[in-house]
Design a protein around this ligand. Structure first.
Ligand code: SF4
Length: 413
């Protein structure tokens, strides 16, 4: 019988499942009894401000990823196409709106919920793309709920004070309308506390991802996409801090101390740029492990590291943190960042995922892989696919290309 090389599951997954279930239970209860106001927020939106005003915060992108991971997305997308949302735009958006129209959600099986909690307000930040604005605007019309937004600069090289100042003012301008919806005044002590907890969560999440620099790496990119749930949905809360501090990080440190590899027999170390293919996480994890290759770090998981968050300067810190994101930056800034990561994580090769419906997070379309290869000598492979729409993924072709790439790495040794 062939040896099963599927990477061992992290034990902390059970604790993560528990806190995520608690989070959804609280949202569901509040949506039913009206005990708390609910804000929908983009994944790199001003969540801390919403928490400080007492809102429970729900993230539609997380739902989009769940639709992808459960492989429900592909069947939901056509319903959104039928009301005018193109199959070429963000397949989180189309899968999520399609799920609403079809009245089918993975939240039912996972947490017994009939659907996502109804919003009292929707707040977006265009730092990642324009799609989030259109996505939230659709629901704002559907629920007749207020829509608020932050409009971020794009293609940023070095972050300039005027950009941070502008975004800080935009976030401050959200306070008044949010106070009205929340029915209470913002207490700056609450905002500092939320920002402080969010910063702690971010530092711990960074420490978790940095363990991948160890040889052999105790974690894979695929683990990261699962264990980032609290960093996205629960940042600003004690639950997320506790999870990383008391469960996940100690488990990874123990693996490092004992040289336990996430991919047994780790031979090659790869970096992933772009979105995951949510419906293929398990298959990809196994495919790379079978080749004794660990995809161990990514720009994607690192996007929830917000080192600029500062409880002593909550608005300025949030503005900087949500503006210096990788996705907002110029190609030159992105290339400098990736070079640092390749060096830090001691990487042998790079995989670029060209996600058909997310040009915002596909960095291989304007020559970046070639430029970085020339600069670093580290080879790369581009695979075509999509985050959610599995009709755009060719498994056979990706497998053949990955196998050939690892063979090339082998020959290069
Ligand atoms: S960044 Fe990409 S995947 Fe994320 S919401 Fe925007 S278009 Fe969708």
């Amino acid at each position: 019988m062939a040896e099963d090389k599927t990477p061992p599951r992290l034990k902390s997954a059970a604790e993560m499942g528990r806190i995520m279930a608690e989070y959804f239970k609280e949202l569901d209860a509040a949506a039913k009894d009206g005990s708390r106001k609910i804000a929908w927020c983009t994944s790199v939106g001003p969540a801390e401000l919403l928490q400080a005003l007492g809102f429970l915060v729900y993230y539609p992108e997380n739902h989009g990823a769940m639709l992808g991971a459960t492989r429900m997305a592909t069947d939901m997308i056509p319903a959104a196409n039928a009301i005018g949302y193109s199959p070429d735009i963000c397949s989180y958006l189309t899968a999520d709106i399609g799920s609403y129209l079809n009245k089918k959600t993975p939240l039912t099986k996972a947490f017994g919920m009939a659907g996502p909690p109804k919003p009292d307000v929707l707040v977006f930040n265009t730092n990642q793309c324009r799609d989030v604005q259109d996505w939230f605007a659709w629901y704002a019309r559907e629920f007749d709920a207020p829509l608020l937004g932050v409009y971020t600069h794009r293609n940023i090289g070095d972050i300039e004070p005027h950009q941070v100042g502008d975004i800080a003012r935009q976030i401050e301008n959200l306070v008044e309308p949010l106070e009205e919806i929340a029915g209470r005044k913002l207490d700056m002590a609450d905002l500092r506390r939320a920002v402080g907890l969010s910063r702690q969560c971010s530092d711990l999440w960074k420490a978790v991802l940095d363990t991948a620099a160890h040889k052999p790496s105790p974690i894979t990119f695929f683990d990261g996409t699962i264990h980032m749930g609290p960093a996205v949905c629960l940042r600003g809360t004690e639950a997320a801090v506790d999870y990383y501090q008391k469960a996940l990080l100690p488990e990874l440190e123990e693996r490092m101390a004992n040289d336990v590899a996430a991919v047994p027999g780790e031979r090659f170390r790869l970096y992933w740029d772009g979105m995951p293919i949510w419906g293929r996480l398990r298959d990809h994890s196994k495919m790379f492990a079978d080749l004794r290759t660990n995809v161990l770090s990514s720009t994607y998981c690192n996007s929830w590291i917000f080192t600029a968050l500062d409880p002593d300067d909550p608005f300025g810190g949030m503005a900087k943190a949500y503006t210096e994101l990788f996705i907002v930056r110029s190609d030159a800034a992105k290339e400098a960042y990736i070079q640092r990561m390749l060096d830090f994580f001691k990487v042998d090769g790079v995989i670029y995922h060209d996600a058909k419906t997310c040009p915002n997070n596909s960095n291989c379309r304007y020559g970046m892989p070639q430029r970085l290869e020339t600069a670093t000598g580290i080879p790369s492979l581009t695979i075509n696919g999509d985050l959610n729409d599995l009709r755009l993924v060719s498994d056979e072709q990706n497998k053949t290309n990955v196998e050939a790439f690892v063979e090339q790495l082998e020959e290069g040794r």
